[in-house]
Write a protein of this length. Sequence first.
Length: 174
Amino acid sequence: MYIFVDYDGTLVKNSEEKFMKTYFSILSRKVKLPIEKIFNLVMDSIYEITKIEDPSKNLFERFLESISKKTGKSKDYWYNIFLDFYKNEFDELRKIIKVNKKLTNFIKNSNYKFIFASNPLFPEIAVKKRIDFANLSPENFFYIATMENSHYAKPNPKFFAEILKKLVLLLINV
């Protein structure tokens, strides 16, 4: 049996609002832009990549293109900024995470296969850290959705269809 799990409000009990406020405060310091400016840049780019379907590019590629167009700075500039942010400052978010211990213990001690199907609005490095923030490891999941391996996001049903197709391929190749 495969069980799909979400992050916010499921693996962790935090309000998304508190996470977002802290996330953008830390990111604002990193990019040296006012919090409102970086919030609008990121959220406008996220909105754009979730509304425009382009299966030829993953969500991360589309995000980098979008934020690059909005700022006039290269995709490489933004890639390096976000990669460094996720390697370093992102860890500050761990202190605000409230783990759903009942669920995470169930996952750790279960024979079920779990699919990390949180909205793929973070790159793999950040997703793996978020999983770690919940006191789990990537090995606890049969599949993990990230910006790099996803072309669609929630609430688009194609997000789940894409995961199911990948699971079928994984099972055929096992």
